[in-house]
Design a protein around this ligand. Structure first.
Ligand code: MEV
Length: 313
C-alpha cells in the first residue's frame, strides 16, 4: 500500500577545489550545504489522472503525459518510475520547491533530482540507497549540462564531504577540524553548460596546454585533501587562492567574483576562490570562526546579493 503523502529533500553543494578540471578526470573536493535545500512532496492523486507535476517556484503545473524527454523534471520522474518497475504511471501529485539559487554553482538541478528520486522511492516503499539516487540524478544532469563530471549528483545524494574522481567509487573526505565557509553570491546567473561548453571548445584547440593546467588543479585538490584531513586551515586557505588564480588564468572568473574574493581576503579570510562553473554564480571564503562575521560583512558591502555561512565537519 502506498502512503498518502511523503516528503524528501536534498542539500545544495559547493565545490571547494577542482571545478572544471574534474570534468577531465582530475580529483575535486565538494561539500553539501544544508542551509539551502530542494524539497519534493508526493501526494496520492485523483484516480485515473496520472502524474501531476507542480513547481510553484517557477509557476509550473503539467501532467507528465504532456512533457517531452528533454524536460529535466519529467525525465527524473520517468527514470525513477522505471527504477521502481512501475510501467503504468501512478496517480500522484509531485510538488517540487527549492531554496537553492538556480544557475549559481550550488547544484540546484542535482538536488531537485535527488529530492524527487528519494520522495518517489519512499512513497512507493522502495527507498533508494545514495548511490542509486546519484546514478539516476547523473543521467538527468546530462540534460542540464551535457558533459557533467558527476560531482554534483554525488555530493547531494550522499550529503557528505567528498573527494571525487569521475567514474570512481565515492571517497568520503575526513575533515580534521571544522571549516567555516562563507558563500557570496554575485547575483549573476551563469548556466554551467555554457561555461563547460566554452572551455571544452578552447581545450579542443590546444589539449596539451589545457590538460597541463588541469593537472596543476588536480595536484592542488590532492594537497587540499591532505591539508583538510590534518585540520590545517591556513594551508587549505592558501591552496584556495592558488586554485582561484588558475581559474582566472582559464578565463572562468568574472570581475564581480574577483572583487568578492579580494573583499574576503582584505577582511582577513584564510583563502577565497570562485566555486562552481564560474562567469558568475558564487565564490567561497574560508574564515577562522572568530573572523566569519567580518568576512560576511565585507562580502555584503562588496555587493554580494546573498551571503551564506556553513560549517563543514
Ligand atoms: C559544476 O558544479 C562543476 C563543474 O566542474 C562541472 C562538472 O563537474 O560537471 C564546472
Amino acid at each position: 500500500m502506498n502512503r498518502t503523502s511523503i516528503e524528501a529533500s536534498a542539500p545544495g553543494k559547493i565545490i571547494l577545489f577542482g571545478e572544471h578540471s574534474v570534468v577531465y578526470g582530475q580529483p575535486a573536493i565538494a561539500v553539501p550545504v544544508s542551509q539551502v535545500r530542494a524539497q519534493c512532496r508526493v501526494d496520492g492523486g485523483t484516480a485515473g489522472a496520472g502524474i501531476l507535476l507542480r513547481a510553484p517556484d517557477i509557476d509550473r503545473r503539467a501532467y507528465l503525459s504532456e512533457t517531452g524527454d528533454d524536460d529535466p523534471l519529467a525525465s527524473v520522474i520517468r527514470r525513477t518510475l522505471t527504477a521502481l518497475g512501475l510501467a503504468t504511471p501512478p496517480d500522484v501529485t509531485i510538488t517540487v520547491t527549492s531554496t537553492i539559487p538556480i544557475a549559481c554553482g550550488m547544484g540546484s538541478g542535482a538536488a531537485i533530482s535527488a529530492a524527487i528520486i528519494r520522495a518517489l522511492g519512499e512513497f512507493f516503499q522502495h527507498p533508494f540507497d545514495p548511490q542509486t539516487v546519484s546514478d539516476i540524478a547523473f543521467e538527468v544532469e546530462k540534460i542540464y549540462h551535457g558533459t557533467p563530471s558527476g560531482i554534483d549528483n554525488t555530493v547531494v545524494a550522499f550529503a557528505q564531504p567528498i573527494f571525487f574522481v569521475k567514474g570512481q567509487p565515492i571517497e568520503r573526505l575526513t575533515v580534521g577540524a571544522p571549516l567555516t565557509f562563507i558563500i557570496g553570491d554575485t547575483g549573476i546567473k551563469s548556466p554551467t553548460y555554457k561555461v563547460v561548453g566554452d572551455l571544452r571548445a578552447r581545450r579542443g584547440k590546444n589539449p596539451a596546454h589545457y590538460d597541463a593546467v588541469f593537472m596543476r588543479m588536480g595536484a592542488l585538490a590532492r594537497a587540499a585533501r591532505a591539508a583538510i584531513e590534518r585540520g590545517d586551515e591556513a594551508a587549505a586557505g592558501k591552496l584556495m587562492g592558488e586554485n582561484h588564480a588558475i581559474l582566472r588564468e582559464l578565463g572562468i572568473s568574472h570581475p564581480k567574483l574577483d572583487a568578492l574574493v579580494s573583499a574576503a581576503m582584505d577582511a582577513g579570510a584564510l583563502g577565497a576562490k570562485l566555486s562552481g562553473a564560474g562567469w558568475g554564480g558564487n565564490m567561497i571564503a574560508l574564515a577562522a570562526p572568530e573572523n566569519a562575521a567580518d568576512v560576511r560583512a565585507a562580502l555584503a558591502a562588496a555587493g554580494a546579493v546573498r551571503v551564506i555561512e556553513t560549517v563543514v565537519r
